[in-house]
Design a protein around this ligand. Structure first.
Ligand code: SF4
Length: 577
């Protein structure tokens, strides 16, 4: 029998202009209480049986190891999960390398730094637009160059592997400077550079003295640490040592006291553009974003902000903590993924500054944006409600996107991160109990203290305590597990085998993951949305981003095409019959 084709085209429904709801109606929404996970559907599989099937085909040693990475969630008292540990060889992990975390994630989006990849040409593919970071900078529009479209590499060959690559690196830096005249050049080490022992920092120091521009290197060889997470840490350290605090904002740009830095937002698919729009409407002055749509100077004068707000905790928490110690800037965790989360995060920022006019303006912005968005959300929700989703991505997105799915009634039945640490799952309260292992010890820990000239406490101790008593939590991240449903499965560093078993059990309407497993998933008849690079879509952050996401997910999960694919387990059953 041929699969049933829906009689009504989803796109036709979306084309109907929504009826706006009134601002008064929206202002009565509960946008203050903490996020609550949607409960699992009544007929969900027994999670213990699922876990036993997930690991049963492994050899005993691997089974014991993987078992520690899989938890049945209890949001009240999350169990300890093993994370940030070496992947089992051969397990087909979806993780990336340290260089990818440093260059690809944190530094790559800065448009006017020339990023030279010191290594064989293959590593440079990571340097070339695969993350879909966008930049609004261009010489023609704001006079700031945009080098993101280029891939700069020293193209190491056998000759340099034998005789050393420092001369070639120096030559590349000189050549890049001569052609582009950039404000700064960053150099990224790849695996072979670490193995042959090239000193990229010494070459960078020589080039800086010779050329009179900022040149700095990163020892982010791909093999360092257990995942791209090591590269994030190394990138934070390098930016903090070499860039942050090297420029001052002129007096006339210091008039707005509501100055913030947005940390851990990388402008995938234009997310930062939407957040810039919302911030401007609210009256916040965005000093810098680390590092979506950023330019070098933004990062160089980031110490002028009065608050750091942190999106992707895993990739940038080091920067937030170091800036607080050195400059006295407090930080708050935020989530601008999902309309309700965006509203709550904007409120947090306004409450921190405590200005009545600002608070009123933020409320007005929330009301206007929600009033416009709400009919679309309700319309989409009528077709997505109750459809289930699994998320395996990154070190924060698997958490943040649960809020966006909750907006449209889609419960998350299982989720996990690629490169998170325990605190990203269980919350920052467990940070002091995390033991440092050999892989983490390989990464430099900077010794930071208050700057005698630049440190300025943004709030008095009494003010901070009063804000905390009012519900603001500083330097704190709740983690994914306390905000997930009871009995949802949490799996760290998932393998392809485990993902296939999960799909068979849960038959989710959608999986969010990355390119390494996208087509494995889709061949099983389940749509897969990439949340590293958003496939071809975005923005998904903020209010307009949430609308984009609602509509896209509606089209994806309700597309008839998935019903034409027979998944492997159904074929096996048919053959057995
Ligand atoms: S693992 Fe090493 S060789 Fe591979 S991309 Fe990363 S830096 Fe290059």
């Amino acid at each position: 029998m041929s699969p049933e084709v829906p009689s009504e085209n989803t796109a036709t429904k979306l084309a109907t202009p929504p009826t706006p709801v009134s601002v008064d109606v929206v202002s009565k929404f509960d946008l203050s209480s903490p996020a609550k996970a949607l409960p699992l559907p009544a007929r969900s599989p027994d999670p213990s049986a699922v876990i036993s099937d997930l690991v049963t085909s492994y050899p005993p040693k691997v089974m014991r190891k993987r078992r520690r990475h899989i938890i049945v969630n209890d949001p009240q008292e999350p169990d300890q999960i093993e994370a940030n540990a070496r992947s089992v060889p051969g397990i087909i992990t979806t993780r990336g390398c340290c260089y990818a975390g440093c260059k690809g994630v944190v530094l790559g989006p800065v448009s006017d730094i020339v990023h030279i990849v010191h290594g064989p040409v293959g590593c440079s593919y990571y340097a070339w637009m695969t993350r879909r970071n966008q930049s609004g900078n261009s010489v023609d529009t704001n006079g700031v160059p945009n080098y993101i479209n280029y891939a700069f590499t020293t193209d190491l060959t056998e000759h340099e592997i034998i005789f050393g690559g420092e001369k070639k690196l120096m030559q590349a830096i000189r050549e890049a400077n001569e052609i582009f005249h950039p404000k700064a050049i960053a150099v990224f080490s790849t695996c072979p550079v670490g193995l042959i022992g090239d000193d990229v920092h010494a070459v960078a120091a020589l080039a800086k003295a010779e050329l009179g521009i900022n040149v700095f290197g990163f020892s982010c060889e791909g093999y360092k640490g257990v995942s791209q997470s090591a590269g994030h840490h190394i990138a934070n350290n390098g930016l903090f040592k070499n860039v942050v605090g090297t420029e001052d904002l002129p007096e006339e740009e210091l008039t707005n006291p509501f100055r913030i830095n947005l940390l851990g937002e990388y402008n995938i698919g234009g997310d930062a553009f939407e957040l810039e729009r919302v911030f401007e409407k609210c009256g916040f002055d965005l000093v810098s974003t680390f590092s979506g749509n950023a330019q070098y100077s933004d990062l160089a004068h980031a110490q002028e902000a009065n608050l750091n707000v942190v999106m992707c905790h895993r990739s940038i928490n080091y920067m937030a903590e170091m800036m607080e110690t050195k400059y006295g800037i407090p930080w708050l965790q935020v989530n601008f993924i999902g309309a309700e989360s965006t509203a709550k995060s904007l409120r947090k920022i306004a409450r921190y500054f405590g200005d009545e006019d600002l608070i009123a303006r933020v409320e007005q912005v929330i009301a206007e944006e929600m009033a416009e968005l709400e009919p679309i959300r309700q319309d989409v929700r009528s077709r997505t409600q109750g459809k289930t989703v699994m998320l395996y991505v990154g070190g924060s997105r698997a958490h943040h996107y649960q809020a966006l799915f909750a907006d449209i009634g889609m419960p998350t039945v299982a989720a996990g991160y690629e490169f998170a640490h325990r605190d990203d799952y269980e919350g920052s309260r467990v940070t002091p109990t995390i033991k440092m292992d050999a892989d983490s010890r390989n990464i430099e820990e900077l010794s930071v203290s208050a700057d005698p000239d630049e440190f300025r406490a943004r709030k008095t101790t009494e003010e901070l305590l009063a804000l905390e008593a009012g519900g603001l939590k500083f330097a704190d991240y709740e983690g994914m597990m306390p905000e997930m449903a009871k009995d949802a499965l949490v799996i760290d560093d998932i393998s392809h085998h485990e993902l296939e078993v999960l799909i068979e059990y849960y038959k989710p309407a959608l999986i969010c993951s990355g390119i390494k497993d996208k087509y494995v998933v889709e061949k099983m008849g389940v749509p897969c949305k990439q949340l590293h690079n958003y496939d071809y879509g975005g923005p998904y952050a903020g209010f307009q981003g949430a609308v984009n996401f609602y509509q896209e997910i509606d089209r994806v999960v309700n597309a008839a095409v998935w019903r034409f694919i027979t998944p492997p387990w159904a074929k096996q059953t048919a053959n057995a019959d």
